[in-house]
Design a binder for this molecule. Structure first.
Ligand code: IPM
Ligand code: MG
Length: 357
C-alpha cells in the first residue's frame, strides 16, 4: 500500500480521451491493491499554448518535477502547425520535457498478443509470439544538435542539422540496454550506420566496450537499413534493440506495426528522477473526439508506469493481463477490427479493461 503522485498531461487531439481510459485502469488497480494515486492534471502542447500561452507552461514543468511519474496523452495538431518552431507542441513541449526530466532512454516494447495474431499485416507465422523491445536514445542526436538555415548568396538556402553524441551519452544508454537484455532473453542488437557516420562508429566502439561488462548478454551489431529489412523479414530474431534517437524513432514505429496497430504500442521514457509514460502514437487530430481511437497503448503505458516508476510489478502485470483478457474475449477498437469480432469505442474499451483488473 502506498501513496503516489501522478501528473496527468492529456494534451491534444485524441490525447484527452485515451488518457481518460488509462486513468480508469490505474484507478481500478488502486482499488484492488489498496494504493492511493493522486492524479493532478497539467496543460501541455497545443492545449498549453491555448490555455497558458506556452506549449510547456512552467506550471506543468513544476508539476512534473513534483510528481512520482508523468502520464502523457499526445501533443500536436494542424491548429498549431504554423506557430514558430519553439511554440509548436512537438518542438516546444515534448522534446524540452524529455530533456528537462533527463529522460535519455525510451523503451518501446512490441508484443503480439495471441488474439491479434491475424491483425498484423504480416503473416501470422512470422509474427506469432513476437516480443521485441526497442531501446531508443532520447535526448541526443539530430533532435537536439545545432540547427541552422541560411541564405546562399546568389540564391537558394542551406540547412544544417547536427548529429552529435558524447561518450557518456552512449555509455549510459548502452548500460541500460544491456541490463534490459539481462532481464529478458539475454540478446541485444545494437543498430547504427557505422559504414557511413562517425557518430555510429563511436557508438559501435562504446557499445562493444560496455558489452565486456555484460558477458552474459549476446551482442550483435546491425546497420540500420539491414535492421529495417530484418524487422519485416524475420522479426522474431530480435529481443532487445538499442539505437540512437532518430533511428529509434523510425524503427519503433515500424516494429509497432508488427503487433497489428500503432495503437498497441506503449512507451516509457526513463533515466531521470521522474519517468514519462506515453503511447508511441501521436495525437491523431482527425479522430479527436470521435471515440474511435484505441486506448490500449496509453493503458499499457500506465502499466509501464507502475513497473518502472513505482516498482509495482504485480499491479503492472494486472493491467497487461486485463488487456489480454479483453482481447481474448473478442473486443476490438476500429483499428483492430476483424470479421466476427465485437467493435467497441474508446470508452467501452477503457471500461472493459478496468472491469477486468
Ligand atoms: C515519437 C514522436 C516524436 C518523436 C515527435 C512527435 C516529435 O514521433 O515520440 O516517436 O519524434 O520523438
Ligand atoms: Mg515517432
Amino acid at each position: 500500500m502506498g501513496i503516489y503522485k501522478i501528473a496527468v498531461l492529456p494534451g491534444d487531439g485524441i490525447g484527452p480521451e485515451i488518457t481518460e481510459q488509462a486513468l480508469k485502469a490505474l484507478k481500478a488497480v488502486a482499488v484492488k491493491y489498496q494504493h492511493e494515486f493522486k492524479f493532478t492534471e497539467g496543460l501541455i502542447g497545443g492545449a498549453g499554448y491555448d490555455g497558458a500561452g506556452h506549449p510547456l507552461p512552467q506550471e506543468t514543468l513544476d508539476l512534473c518535477h513534483n510528481s512520482d511519474a508523468v502520464l502523457l496523452g499526445a501533443v500536436g495538431g494542424p491548429k498549431w502547425d504554423d506557430l514558430p518552431v519553439h511554440l509548436r507542441p512537438e518542438a516546444g513541449a515534448l522534446l524540452p520535457l524529455r530533456k528537462a526530466l533527463g529522460l535519455y532512454a525510451n523503451l518501446r516494447p512490441t508484443k503480439v498478443f495471441p488474439a491479434l495474431v491475424n491483425a498484423s499485416t504480416l503473416k501470422p507465422e512470422v509474427v506469432s509470439g513476437l516480443d521485441v523491445l526497442v531501446v531508443r536514445e532520447l535526448t541526443g542526436g539530430l533532435y537536439f544538435g545545432q540547427k541552422k538555415r541560411e541564405d546562399i548568396p546568389g540564391g537558394g538556402i542551406r540547412v544544417i542539422d547536427t548529429l552529435e553524441y558524447t561518450t557518456p551519452e552512449i555509455e549510459r544508454i548502452a548500460r541500460l540496454a544491456f541490463q534490459m537484455a539481462q532481464k529478458r532473453s539475454g540478446r541485444l542488437v545494437s543498430v547504427d550506420k557505422a559504414n557511413v557516420l562517425e557518430s555510429s562508429r563511436l557508438w559501435r566502439e562504446i557499445v562493444t566496450e560496455i558489452g565486456k561488462e555484460y558477458p552474459d548478454v549476446e551482442l550483435d551489431h546491425m546497420y540500420v537499413d539491414n535492421c529495417a529489412m530484418q524487422l519485416v523479414k524475420n522479426p522474431r530474431q530480435f529481443d532487445v534493440i538499442v539505437t540512437e534517437n532518430m533511428f529509434g524513432d523510425i524503427l519503433s514505429d515500424q516494429a509497432s506495426m508488427l503487433s497489428g496497430s500503432l495503437g498497441m504500442l506503449p512507451s516509457a521514457s526513463i533515466g531521470g528522477k521522474i519517468g514519462l509514460y506515453e503511447p508511441s502514437h501521436g495525437s491523431a487530430p482527425k479522430y479527436a473526439g470521435l471515440k474511435r481511437a484505441n486506448p490500449i497503448a496509453t493503458i499499457l503505458s500506465g502499466s509501464m508506469l507502475l513497473k518502472f516508476s513505482l516498482g509495482l510489478d504485480k499491479e503492472s502485470d494486472a493491467i497487461e493481463q486485463a488487456v489480454t483478457k479483453v482481447l481474448d474475449m473478442g473486443y476490438r477498437t476500429a483499428d483492430l477490427m476483424e470479421e466476427g469480432m465485437k467493435l467497441v469505442n474508446t470508452d467501452e474499451m477503457g471500461d472493459l479493461i478496468a472491469e477486468n483488473i
